[in-house]
Design a protein around this ligand. Sequence first.
Ligand code: DHE
Length: 513
Amino acid sequence: MIRNTFFTSLLSALLMVSPLAADEAEVLFATHCAVCHGDDRLGGLGPALIPEALRRLKGDRLHAVIAEGRDATQMPAFGEQLTADEIETLAAFIHTPLPEIPVWDAAKITDTLAVNEDYIPPARPLHDADPLNIFVVVETGDHHISILDGDRFEVMARLPTPLAVHGGPKFSPDGRFVFVMSRDGWVQKVDLWSMQEVARIRAGINSRNIAMSADGKWLAVANYLPMTLTILSTEDLSVAEVKDVIGKNGEPSRVSAVYQAPPRESFILALKDIPEVWEIFYGENPPFYGFVHDHRDEGPLGYDEPFPVRVIKVPDILDDFFFSQDYEYLMGASRETDGGQVIDMVIGQKIADLELPGMPHLGSGITWDRGGTTVMATPHLREGVLSVIDMESWETVEKVTTKGPGFFLRSHENSPYFWSDVFFGPNRDLMHVIDKESLEIVKTLRPVPGKTFAHVEFDRTGDHALVSLWEHDGAVLVYDAKTLEEVKRLPMRKPSGKYNVFNKITFSAGTSH
Ligand code: DHE
């Protein structure tokens, strides 16, 4: 809790309230917010609650979020527990600047590097599982990952992770190492041959996700706080670059997510606060985009700097992306507005609008071939509907009605079905299995009534699908992907995502990248 006198007086001055009210604000914050947003307001499970991170979230909108919660996040509604005055006090408190925000530059990040002294690189895998058919299961219930043999469906090892792992872990191109990121900025490297942690480093204060370069040399970390992209060497987690994200108009921006674009040898950044898309090149010979200026307006791409930045200006803020398999087209949407846009990454311009109502979750999209046409499907976080979009005409070809808003989709090249969870609402214990051609729901699974059932990942061959019983005393349920019968149940602590090495490193169209 923030208790220093200087801060309390500053706060009182800024809020223009008595020291008593400032104390009350601190107590309210400590009681209701600190557990997720950090005693220091710099974030943890939830984002930082400081003006720099809240940006346009103020006034009635901020009151509404505190009172009603926030769609598609873990933010609960406090309207029943807090009075309107208390909400007012809290809103003013979190919009009060901190006396200082910790500097999180390359030196500071480097100071946090913790190498596992017990780790000895093995010469070969120290297990007899198929190294490419391993699953990494993230158990957010007690902050662990389980490493699963994908043929026998047995847990081979269980390792502690930093707090609140979020987003997909990323694998080295040969599948040997996995990198895991937590919302409080820690990045952990694990050797799947010895099933040991190699090292960890805190790349940001409040981070979003990570992406791996095609050559396996670099790991990019998207940060909300500070507003930077950190690029680490995957070899030893040393800091290669910390890029400040500042738009053409001089406004800094949080990085909503970083995506790996292997054929382009680049990372692509979704920015939360400015209508720009950034592409950061790491290859030897970055392509020449003479018509786009470097972010510091020093002419065409700053070829002399490491990791040159290409800035693509877009009509609206886009903070959630999906890419065509060749990474030539970016489908973008914003969590704040309906609709979406298609950006041609070659010419760096918008080429089409997308009809996407109800807060699409493009990050969960998948693609497949349907009657000779590539289609992509995306769930919507506010509506029980899946949009299926033709990736040539960019028209919505079908809207599949489900039993409630979903979060994650999955399929596999060898499966005729895709799986779609119902993540929100009274039917969150359901999982739809949908035919990829007819788009009919062929079966709806409900293994444990009342318990959230979500997020699927197939094994390497597509014969089995693993699903999370997303509860503290939860489990991973293994299904025969053809008969749709359960074949095994592995107890786990609130398993969230699970990730198959082969499907990830081959960029299977049915899984997330
Ligand atoms: Fe996620 C992936 C953003 C809330 C669980 N989530 C992602 C990715 C992004 C994202 C950009 C892709 C990253 C990657 O894999 O590289 N998530 C967001 C949000 O903006 C949102 C809506 C609000 C927020 O709080 O940040 C959000 N996400 C959640 C949750 O509330 C979930 C359900 C629980 C949790 O752990 O926080 C959640 N997100 C996940 C998971 C993935 C993910 C399990 C990886 C999916 C995959 O299969 O790859």
